[in-house]
Design a protein around this ligand. Structure first.
Ligand code: PEP
Ligand code: MN
Length: 353
């Protein structure tokens, strides 16, 4: 951190800043120019904050030199991280697809969804048992029963499961139900107590981007999880709020490129919650793969019109199968490949994009 002193700052003011830096265990380097004195803090500057110095007499401003995140930064960990979920690697050469309904509804719905997404080539299955709904009167999810339904349906097709954890009190239940990947939703990206708890468990996490979060805030949220010891984190771009009202959210494809540079963690894109309409999902999926996404998280329902949640954005099973062929061809064009379906499931050969 560098503290820039005002032109007329006196020796006593400079000494006070030095003392404050030393009181946090860092060393000091003072540089006296012709017009200004700059005071550098030497050591782990993440312990310091501009708020500590800006109010002091004689200080003009103070600024961090290093990025505020460390464990998740590529600066400190050059190689890309790959995360193994039940034998499926996310973050490697293969593009992975996670698919399933927005919410777990019934046993037949889950059985049909699991069979459909496995046949389409998804390697993980999603499904919300606890749903964050805008209205308290809307369907809130099947709860614990939903976890069982998701696990049973997915297991029959050797698909690990991804499901959202909203409440820290449910964490033990998630572990008991062998949830393979814990999803932290957009509304909880900065629920720091929740992040600290998932940081202590040995289960991979998909951390969705807060709908109004900057990339730096998002990476700091990931840093919370990593700081607890859990380094198996995937970041999921799911669209952000802007002035545009023609679609649900704006898929920030730029964020994919920035994340690949800034962090070693795998990047997932959710085209379903971004566009909010099923017809947009193929275009946004292709944009995500072209931008370098490691995985897609796609909502698929055996009968979209009957979905209890997010009906407008769910792909049908045939639509999903068709999209997987496009993604397969595009992945190859990008020097990657789409992971092959789980054993026993078959997919049609890739068509031209
Ligand atoms: C979801 O994936 O079902 C979901 C609620 O997503 P988000 O948190 O991105 O809105
Ligand atoms: Mn949804």
């Amino acid at each position: 951190m560098i503290i820039v002193m005002q032109p007329d700052a006196g020796e006593a003011e400079i000494a006070a800043v030095e003392a404050k830096i030393r009181s946090h265990g860092l060393d000091v380097h003072v540089s006296r120019g012709t017009e200004r004195t700059l005071i550098g803090a030497i050591g782990d500057e993440r312990k310091l904050d501009p708020e500590m110095f800006d109010p002091l007499p004689g200080v003009e401003r103070s600024l961090h030199i290093l990025k505020p995140y460390k464990l998740v930064a590529r600066e400190w960990h050059k190689a890309s991280t790959t995360i193994d979920v039940g034998g499926t690697r996310i973050g490697g050469t293969d593009v992975q697809v996670i698919a399933g309904p927005c919410s777990v509804e019934t046993v037949p719905q889950m059985e049909a969804a699991a069979a459909g997404v496995a046949a389409g080539g998804a390697r993980l299955m999603r499904g919300g048992a606890f749903k964050p709904r805008t209205s308290p009167y809307a369907f809130q999810g099947k709860g614990i029963e939903g976890l069982t339904m998701l696990k049973n349906a997915a297991s029959r097709h050797q698909l690990p499961i991804v499901t959202e954890l909203m409440d820290v009190r449910m964490l033990d239940t998630f572990l008991e139900h062998d949830v393979d990947v814990i999803q932290i939703g957009t509304r909880n990206m900065q629920n720091f107590d929740l992040l600290k708890e998932v940081g202590k468990v040995d289960v991979p996490v998909i951390l969705k981007r807060g709908m109004s979060a900057t990339i730096s805030e998002w990476l700091m949220a990931a840093e919370y999880i990593a700081a607890g010891g859990n380094h198996r984190i995937m970041l999921c771009e799911r669209g952000i709020r802007t002035f545009e009202t023609a679609y649900r959210n704006v898929l920030d494809v730029t964020a994919v490129a920035v994340l690949k540079k800034e962090t070693h963690l795998p990047v997932v894109v959710d085209p379903s919650h971004a566009g909010g309409k099923a017809w947009m999902v193929p275009a946004l999926s292709c944009a995500a793969v072209a931008a370098g996404a490691d995985a897609l998280l796609i909502e698929v329902h055996p009968c979209p019109a009957d979905a209890w949640c997010d009906a407008d954005q769910a792909l049908s099973i045939p639509e999903f199968a068709q999209l997987m062929q496009r993604i397969g061809a595009l992945a190859v064009a990008m020097g990657r490949s789409l992971a092959s379906p789980v054993a026993g499931a078959t997919r049609e050969p890739a068509l031209a994009v």
